[in-house]
Design a protein around this ligand. Structure first.
Ligand code: GCB
Length: 601
């Protein structure tokens, strides 16, 4: 799905700002038709943001159910005769949208965009009402899953199986944009190298187009045309290309134009990074060179904003990644804003792109042992209906992010139960769907500690092994010598049994910034440093390990728990992005030119 863009033939207008907002505590808005008039008792709510932490209102913080957003807008008069589209970059976890009285869109899934052609519902130059109901409930049929409990007093409470706060709302931009009717509907680019020559395979999908001609031109960063072609699909060849790579965000621009007898009728420009990604034995290759992932699992999580996208915070996070010497991160545990992937493309930061399928594991709740009586895969819990929604989440993620050179690996889930035959049957079609949607990138999932090299039934479907391990924290807390032995034995078993590259996608320790101790006690900054160093010694002795992603980049909000002190504190930075002691230690390791993997500095 193409991101809105201003070009010679297209125009965009963001509908961000302060909207009217009413939480629907009694759940009556749908039956009372709240979209037909001004919302009752509306407050003011910024878009984009999570609604939870904006107002000082504990009920709203923990609200479960519908919230309503409303504003008015004008379609510019100059857009008369154009196709007008309304687009939501994200509505978490599902939404329905009305323009005036007309229902124009409905979408399931909180982290991928959706849009509606609203041409027939709007009149350029005339004010229009826009109403959105956003619902934040997690159920067995949502990704991520959860259960809504109704307490004796009628209060609804969300039970979830993941370890981060269930922020919700309009988390990303809302757009109005205009395109010509005969238009470029989608673009797919896959790059390759043929004996040193760059190959850019492209495919242009057209809509409502009659007799048109497609022209494509590829420009280098200086604006010089280096290749061009005619036709809706083909391959451009670039002799001696500047490659996209870790630490080097070199981008070409692919300008696509649609012509009819009258001239250019539509145009769109896509940034293109020429690079290859391949798994060979136990090595992960970018541009044919072994790549070693250094970085973090992150969250979209900020004070006040919650999961709402913020450009300033994003650019600052990337600056911290560069400062510490990270070359990569994982979009744990959901697709991030497209701005993040655009920025990673430009900065040469490598991304493992993950769906929101976290918590498909009833034996555990995001590293916390909350096992209940139910089994994970059953008619009542994770079922064929869940699988359908999961499949849609995978397809929408790939449709959105397929053209980003920064994305080198798809992660289909975080820590599902993967040590049963049910798991195999559940995941096999999902791996097939991912490979069909994108044959060009490796695919994997993130394994949790209950599924071992000889009991995991899903790893054989994956191109890489990604594992989260908490030796020295949840297992053998405080005993780093035991942790070192346990980790090494397990990594060797993975290497022996599967012979695939291993990325340790999570390891870390909760750490209170400012808590210091001479004996490295749990929760101290010294213990976090000692634990990370223990893991690094093991990684450096294990050739098959091709990546280390510390959990987490920064402290983040969770639901309340006796295991959480004002959130998860495994950040190497605090929630307001101040370095803990471990940040300086990691910086020494990751910026050391003799350390493993190419430098991102
Ligand atoms: C995990 C989960 C992550 C948790 C982490 C923890 O295994 O993947 O979401 O936050 O453990 O800190 O417990």
């Amino acid at each position: 799905m193409l991101r809105p863009q201003d070009t010679a033939t297209r125009e965009t207008k963001r509908l961000d700002g302060i909207w009217r907002f009413t939480p629907d505590a009694a759940g009556v808005g749908r039956s009372q038709g709240w979209w037909r008039a001004a919302l009752p008792d509306a407050r003011r709510m910024p878009v984009p943001s999570s609604f939870n932490d904006i107002l000082v209102d504990p009920k709203l913080h923990d609200h479960v159910g519908d919230v309503w957003y409303q504003r008015s807008f004008f379609v510019p008069r100059g857009w008369d005769g154009q196709r007008v589209v309304l687009r939501f970059d994200a509505a978490t976890h599902r939404a329905r949208v009305w323009v005036g009285d007309a229902l124009v869109a409905e979408h399931e899934g909180g982290y991928t965009p959706f849009e509606a052609d609203v041409t027939s519902s709007v009149t350029p130059g005339v004010e229009c009402r826009l109403t959105v109901v956003v619902n934040n409930e997690l159920t067995w049929q949502s990704i991520p899953p959860g259960v809504v409990e109704v307490l004796p007093d009628g209060t609804r409470r969300q039970r979830q199986y993941h370890d981060f706060f269930n922020y919700a709302g309009l988390h990303r931009s809302v757009w109005l944009y205009a395109t010509p009717r005969a238009r470029i509907d989608d673009l797919t680019v896959v790059t390759d190298l043929d004996e040193g020559t760059g190959v850019v395979r492209y495919e242009v999908a057209l809509a409502d187009a009659g007799a048109v001609v497609v022209h494509v031109r590829l420009r280098d960063a200086q604006g010089t045309v280096v290749a061009s072609a005619e036709g809706a699909d083909g391959a451009l060849r670039v002799p001696r290309p500047e490659l996209w790579g870790p630490g080097r965000g070199y981008l070409y621009q692919l300008a696509v134009e649609l012509f009819d007898d009258s001239g250019v009728i539509d145009s769109y420009t896509l940034p293109v990074g020429i690079r290859t990604v391949r798994v060979e034995g136990a090595r992960f290759l970018i541009n044919g060179e072994p790549f070693y992932f250094r970085g973090f699992g992150k969250h979209e999580d900020l004070n006040v904003h919650g999961r709402g996208h913020d450009d300033a915070a994003m650019v600052h996070d990337f600056s911290l990644l560069a400062w510490i010497g990270a070359n990569s991160f994982r979009t744990s545990h959901y697709p991030y804003a497209e701005e993040v992937l655009d920025h990673a493309d430009r900065e040469g930061v490598v991304v493992i792109d993950e769906t929101a399928a976290v918590g498909l594991n009833l034996g555990v709740g995001g590293g916390l042992f909350l096992g209940g009586p139910k089994t994970t895969y059953s008619e009542e819990t994770i079922s064929a209906a869940t699988q359908l929604v999961h499949r849609q989440a995978i397809e929408e993620l790939i449709a959105r992010d397929k053209n980003h050179p920064c994305v080198v690996l798809w992660s289909l889930a975080n820590e599902p139960e993967s040590h049963s035959e049910h798991a195999r049957a559940y995941f096999e079609p999902l791996f097939e769907a991912a490979r069909e949607a994108d044959p060009s990138r490796p695919v994997g999932f993130v394994n949790m500690m209950f599924a071992l090299p000889d009991t995991c039934t899903v790893t054989t479907l994956a191109d890489v092994v990604m594992i989260n391990r908490y030796y020295g924290w949840y297992v053998e807390p405080g005993d780093l010598a035991a942790a070192e032995r346990g980790l090494e034995a397990e990594l060797q078993a993975w290497a022996r049994t599967h012979g695939k590259p291993i990325i340790v996608t999570e390891y870390g320790a909760d750490t209170m910034s400012g808590l210091n101790s001479t004996d490295s006690s749990l929760w101290s900054e010294e213990y976090q440093v000692a634990l990370l160093e223990t893991y690094h010694r093991v990684f450096d002795r294990t050739e098959e390990v091709v990546g280390e992603h510390v959990w987490n980049f920064a402290d983040f909000a969770t639901r309340p728990s006796f295991l959480r002190v004002d959130g998860n504190k495994k950040g190497v930075f605090t929630r307001d992005r101040r370095p803990k002691m471990a940040a300086h230690d990691l910086r020494r390791r990751w910026r050391d030119p003799t350390s493993r993997g190419p430098s991102s500095a």
